[in-house]
Design a protein around this ligand. Structure first.
Ligand code: NAD
Length: 428
């Protein structure tokens, strides 16, 4: 095993190189697409509630905008690194291209831990982030959205700061806004529902009925909660969930062989998606080490927490019964584990497709904002279903014809589309 620290951007670049070889891309196109077109790194001075000043590091990475304005989340995480954000920005470019949206790829973040920050401190970080980057983002250039540990309230503070700076109303600056203030109905559900729509299509292909399946999930945040809701509606049973415990600074898995019940777990879960261990045990859940989510005797594994969770060390613990691994999180499976899982015949629905529901709904939010006309929830979820299903079918079709995994198909289709746009613009 190498001692080199894990670097998500190197993983993203290796994945890119493989697809670039298949597509036989020329040198300028490779050089252009292997790196972000623009990077912004900055300091955000924030006065804390106790009166002390604290300097946070913020980023915005614009990977590629040949197919349209950048779109991508803003993450708050204490272990955030510039290379993680670079990788995520690159993946946003490919994800928008897989879903055939007229958008490019960006990602941003702030190194901070909202668990330890008051709401007013978080508000100042949001406003500080906008003050540093407002000249380089915007509705027709690069649009931000919620991601890990940020939500609609953060988006609204950011929008308010942007509109204050420019002295105008500009709802297209950001997506994931609260409903009633320019946000789209269905955004909360979109990513989690999208994952389950992709799983539903994959199960059809495998000839398995959803009601005959069980699932184990890493994460209990917005993506996981909504995924559970739709999966249970299809008749599936979730037997295990793992999430972070801030007090013990480790993760735990909560197990119930008869199936977890959302309505009893949500009241004992904080806004970060961390379940209170003591309360869950009182409800009868068995508390296991965090990694136990991967070892369950289930048909479906759904990582929906953070990156680099399935590795060459723990991949051997995946149960023989597993048929589908659907990547709700960005980059949860590292390349070594990916190869082993493919060899075991488990179908991986790659993050580029599995979690695309969020960005599809962000696109719907932009369209509705431009029209100043807002669709009903059912209309949005219907459009989401059409878009996710058709992305899955075209990927699956390509993968079958070329006898390659869905992940390779996603990379080849996406990179080809983006390379074509760069070529036609005269960039390569
Ligand atoms: P969230 O902040 O709402 O929830 C994160 C969950 O992960 C929480 O339950 C937390 O307890 C858990 N977690 C954190 N660290 C963990 C660890 N080490 N072990 C186990 N559990 C851990 O985040 P979210 O919005 O649900 O996003 C989850 C993932 O999905 C992220 O990778 C994000 O980038 C990706 N994603 C989110 C969206 C979106 O629309 N929110 C869209 C696309 C992709």
């Amino acid at each position: 095993m190498s001692d080199k620290p894990f670097n998500l951007f190197e993983v993203a670049q290796r994945q890119f190189d493989r697809a670039a070889d298949v597509l036989n891309l020329n040198r300028p196109t490779r050089d252009l697409l292997r790196e972000p077109v623009r990077e912004y790194h900055f300091s955000i001075p924030v006065r804390m509630d106790d009166g002390e000043m604290h300097i946070f590091r913020g980023f915005r990475i614009q990977h590629n905008d040949a197919r349209g304005p950048g779109e991508g989340g803003i993450r708050f995480h204490p272990l955030e690194t510039i290379d993680t954000i670079r990788a995520l920005a690159m993946w946003m470019t490919w994800k928008c291209a897989v879903a055939d949206l007229p958008l490019g790829g960006s990602m941003g973040g702030v190194i901070c831990d909202p668990h330890d920050l008051s709401l007013t401190e978080q508000e100042r970080i949001c406003r500080g982030w906008v003050r540093q980057i407002s000249r380089n983002v915007g509705p027709v250039w690069d649009v931000a959205a919620p991601d890990l540990m940020t939500g609609s309230q953060h988006m609204l503070w950011m929008l308010d700061e942007y509109e204050t700076i420019y002295g105008l109303r500009s709802p297209g600056f950001i997506t994931g806004k609260p409903v009633g203030l320019g946000g789209s109905l269905g955004r909360v559900e979109a990513t989690g529902y999208g994952v389950i729509i992709a799983i539903r299509e994959a199960l059809k292909d495998l000839g398995i009925k959803p009601e005959k399946t069980t699932a184990s999930i890493q994460g209990f945040g917005r993506v996981a909660q909504e995924a559970i809701r739709l999966y249970q509606r299809l008749g599936g049973t979730v037997v295990c969930i793992s999430c972070w415990d801030q007090k013990d600074r480790t993760s735990y898995a909560f197990f119930n062989k008869n199936g977890i019940r959302l309505e009893e777990l949500l009241p004992v879960t904080n806004s970060f998606g961390d379940i209170n261990r003591t309360e869950a045990e009182k409800l009868g859940y068995e508390c296991l080490p965090g990694d136990a989510w991967l070892e369950q005797d289930v048909e479906i594994l759904l990582p929906a927490a953070i990156e680099n969770q399935i590795t060459s060390e723990n991949v051997k613990n995946i149960n023989k019964r597993v048929k589908i691994l659907a990547e709700g999180a960005h980059g949860p499976t590292n390349p070594e584990a990916d190869e082993i899982i493919n060899e075991q015949g488990i179908l991986i629905i790659p993050d580029l497709l599995a979690n695309a529901g969020g960005v599809i709904c962000d696109y719907f939010e932009q369209v509705q904002g431009n029209m100043n006309y807002y669709w009903k929830r059912d209309e949005i979820l219907g459009k989401l279903d059409v878009q996710m299903t058709s992305a899955y079918l075209s990927l699956n079709d390509f993968a079958r014809k070329n006898n390659i995994p869905l992940r390779d198909a996603a990379y080849i289709i996406a990179i080809d589309r983006v390379a074509q746009a760069c070529h036609e613009r005269g960039w390569s």
